[in-house]
Design a protein. Structure first.
Length: 202
């Protein structure tokens, strides 16, 4: 996910992608493809910043705090593309189109980790282990999403391997979502994801 003005501490978040698709040959090597997928998206922020306070008394703060957001979607892509045969059993394909999604489950862990306050060489550590919060009840994320999707893949016999990129076009941030680091105001939140899919072709 992309947080407008708030990606400073963002690190990669691993999810899953499971489902199936159906391709229909329009003409020659041109195909239309639709599908249905269950996919886990989200983000992870890891703040390890060291903040200097009054240097004359050795005052500073060491952060080691994570924020974790997980969202599970039902997703339907519709794409148009073409397939180029390289041999009788090997071909490559390229698709592009749009997707629509509905989030059916999600949670956020606002803070998990430690913050250590140092003064004159003496540390005082505060530990955070926040409970999971439902993102819909707390109005942090909207359920619906849509965006652009692209895919490039290779097919060998009945096996397929594809690399996909999804670029959300809809601002899924609700009223209590993430804040801009400079202004402190609610900011735009859009899905961005890359995936690798291994499948079987029938």
């Amino acid at each position: 996910m992309d947080i407008a003005g708030g990606n400073k501490y963002k690190v990669p978040r691993i999810g899953f992608h499971f489902g199936g698709s159906l391709s229909y040959r329009l003409f020659s090597n041109v195909y239309m493809q639709g599908g249905f997928y269950l996919t886990k998206k989200g983000l992870k922020q890891h703040n390890t910043e060291r903040v200097i306070g009054d240097e004359s008394i050795g005052e500073y703060i060491e952060n080691d705090v994570e924020t974790i957001l997980d969202v599970n979607y039902m997703q339907v892509p519709v794409m148009l593309g073409f397939e180029i045969p390289l041999s009788r059993s090997v071909s490559i394909n390229l698709y592009g189109g749009l997707y629509g999604g509905y989030a059916f489950k999600g949670y956020i862990v606002p803070r998990r980790g430690t913050i250590t306050y140092w003064t004159a060489g003496i540390p005082e550590t505060v530990t955070y282990d926040d409970d999971d919060i439902d993102i819909f009840d707390s109005r942090r994320i909207k359920r619906f999403d849509y965006g652009a999707i692209g895919s490039v893949g290779i097919v060998w016999d009945i096996y397929s391997l594809s690399f996909n990129y999804e670029h959300g076009l809809y601002d899924i941030a609700d009223v209590n979502s993430f804040k801009n680091e400079q202004t402190g105001l609610k900011t735009a939140l859009k899905n961005r994801s890359m995936s690798v899919a291994l499948g079987f072709r029938f």
